[in-house]
Ligand binder design. Structure first.
Ligand code: BTN
Length: 260
């Protein structure tokens, strides 16, 4: 059985239907392939997988180191604009649930970093194209450290990265893909039918940062405050020292380790 067949068989075993499945031994980025497929009219739930990526992308313009042993998966979705805005959080919930199924108690850091003891286990990148009031497509890219050898990561990432294998979970890459896609189906349906349930689920899986000092970095500014909640649209709410509550729609948040 080749790798593509192994993934297809794992999806069948898990009862996860997909509209199409591509697997690459090497690729630039699975999100780029989904973008090409989207532009050529491929249906929702077309899935692209790769054993390694030469140009893996992360959030906020960062690279996503993609050596063999990681799950590199992108899904083509065509959500409504209302669903699309909460999709990054829904995907985080799905990945957290998928890894929990393999005994790994992951928590979420806004918007969708999947962490175990402050080390990153998985990351999610949503890239999309939209028209007037519509979303044409979303490439939902998910990277999970399944059986990564830390020695294959850049030295600066080794101490900050967790992997399923190092945490004692013995799941294969196809099993991990099937778990992620099964959970994504559940939470995508929830997103469409009960969008607020996704926010509640996200809160229930979030890392215990509420009320703690954080630094927020957006495209245009850097400020500190205390993270207090997420709102109904999934924006992070941060109270600043002058008593204002700011809504953060995109960016990065870092916990400050000073007392208080
Ligand atoms: C992040 O946490 O910064 C997001 C990382 C997303 C990585 C995945 S791997 C599959 C897909 N292809 C990419 O180039 N990126 C995403």
């Amino acid at each position: 059985m080749d790798a593509r067949e192994a993934y297809a068989a794992a999806l069948v075993r898990a009862g996860v239907p997909v509209a199409g499945l591509e697997w690459f031994a090497h690729i630039g980025s699975t999100n780029d392939r989904v973008r090409e497929l989207a532009r050529s009219g491929a249906p929702e739930w077309t899935v692209v997988l790769a054993a390694e990526q030469a140009g893996g992308r992360g959030r906020e313009g960062r690279a996503w180191s993609s050596p063999p042993g990681g799950l590199y998966l992108s899904v083509l979705l065509r959500p409504s604009p209302a669903a699309a805005s909460r999709l990054p959080l829904a995907a985080g919930v799905a990945v957290a649930d998928a890894v929990r199924e393999h005994g790994v108690p992951a928590r979420l850091k806004w918007p969708n970093d999947v962490l175990v003891d402050d080390r990153k286990l998985a990351g999610i990148l949503c890239e999309s194209a939209s028209g007037a009031g519509t979303i044409d497509w979303v490439a939902l890219g998910i990277g999970v450290n399944v059986e990564l050898d830390p020695a294959t990561l850049p030295p600066e990432l080794r101490g900050q990265t967790a992997s399923l294998r190092a945490l004692g979970a013995s799941c294969s890459l196809p099993e991990a893909a099937a778990s992620v896609l099964a959970a994504l189906r559940v939470w995508y349906d929830a997103l469409v039918s009960h969008p607020e349930s996704v926010i509640d689920a996200w809160r229930a899986r979030s890392a215990a940062w509420w009320g703690k000092p954080v630094e927020v970095r957006t495209m245009s500014e850097l400020f500190t405050g205390r993270a207090v909640d997420v709102d109904a649209e999934g924006a992070l709410l941060v109270t600043t020292p002058d008593g204002q509550t700011r809504r953060v729609l995109s960016g990065d948040v870092v916990r400050l380790r000073r007392s208080g």
